[in-house]
Design a protein around this ligand. Sequence first.
Ligand code: NAD
Ligand code: UGA
Length: 463
Amino acid sequence: MKVKNICCIGAGYVGGPTMAVIAQKNPNINVTVVDLNEKRIAAWNDDNLDNLPVYEPGLDAVVGESRGRNLFFSTAVDAAIDAADMIFISVNTPTKTYGVGKGMAADLKYIELCARQIARVSKSDKIIVEKSTLPVRTAEAVKNILDNTGNGVKYQILSNPEFLAEGTAVEDLQAPDRVLIGGEQTPEGLEAIQALVDVYASWVPKAQIITTNLWSSELSKLTANAFLAQRVSSINALSELCEVTGANVDEVANAIGKDSRIGPKFLKASVGFGGSCFQKDILNLVYIAKSYGLDAVADYWEQVIIMNDHQKHRFAANMVRTMYNTVSGKKLAFLGWAFKKDTNDTRESAAIYVADKLIDEQANVVVYDPKVTDQQMYSDLDYLQTRSSEANQNALTVENDPYKALEGAHAIAVLTEWDEFKTYDWQRIYDNMHKPAFVFDGRSLLDKSALEQVGFQVYVIGQ
Ligand code: NAD
Ligand code: UGA
């Protein structure tokens, strides 16, 4: 079968960019991305492409090319479901914050709502594609809900997890390392798999499109993230050892990474990994392992998270210790709030936890980030529920001008590796700070010896 109408439920960091590229590469397929969030859809439809709700380099051009031609953003969820022959589910699957599995299991309420909505609205046969990251065997539950509505519509469920990383989403989508499609190994299942293979084959070489059974596909996504996060926690564990032994973690990473079996990528020591997926997906993996009674497996993967929490706390504690064991009343300037460069996403960003710790120590935190709004920063802090919103408002200030943010500060913490930080006039910054002036570089982004020559006292993670 040839797919003509695609609907994607969820216009977030995955749904928006993924559908924009599918539409760009398949001008003959109509792609409608729907969301309950009216503000988000309005932003996707904004005439000014600078106002798209997701910041990704190159995304404006891709959306600009197809929007209004075969790419549409809408809040009319039922109509889009009805018209589609293939429906992607790309809604959020956050960690549960209540009940059984609280703080660990994936919250599947949005997925279930989508399945029920599809079941209620559909009048013709459909292929349902799980794009969200899900626990292994979720497709079984989705199928169960869909098949028990009694209206005679036939569904095929596919798993097609997304591997894009934020900040490089467009590149990752246009030239993916691989596309993974899992489906039932029946004639109908294989036909559905082929229909989705054909969508991707418009631009992805066939050899890079992997097809598997449903459970392998679902589990591969969670474990791919776990393996990546494990590398960051491994190098971060070494960063602490480097600091006490005089080794330099960047040099160690370079030496390790030269072994082609290990490779150089994803070995950058940092203040800790953030983002919406690593923590949530590993916790979910831990939960799944536990629920099968595999405690040793669960403990093994949980250690990746424990190491990551330790790294964030260690960074904040080191700031306090270095500044004579008190930061009370001191102005501490943050460069960066996003969880990595080239994105406006802040979910689970290390900056949030570092700020929270320093505010506990009564510091005045001032933040500059080129793409994150002040409302977002306050809502990130409020989400931790450490103190009242009012107290967070008093403790944290947001500046739109980096030089203003750094003026009169006792210390600077580099928490996101935005390229523009490297281009600043560091002499001017030094001149306008309290002395001694400290830089705590959580990303080993800046040139340490150049900063030391200016007069800064510099701490770089892992050095
Ligand atoms: P997101 O929160 O940015 O977007 C999800 C959207 O779904 C929201 O806009 C929300 O309003 C909408 N939504 C929820 N329920 C809905 C419903 N019933 N009907 C219509 N809209 C609904 O999340 P995201 O970052 O795009 O992640 C989506 C999924 O993709 C998650 O499972 C995540 O783990 C996975 N994933 C994310 C990334 C990433 O880099 N962010 C990468 C790979 C996979
Ligand atoms: C990650 C994966 O890389 C994607 O393949 C996956 O699709 C996605 O999760 C997901 O499932 O959501 P993302 O979280 O967007 O992508 O960003 P990454 O580039 O993986 O970075 C995650 C965190 O690790 C960031 O805070 C980053 O700064 C940190 N990191 C990454 C390091 O500290 N060191 C590194 O060497 C690499």
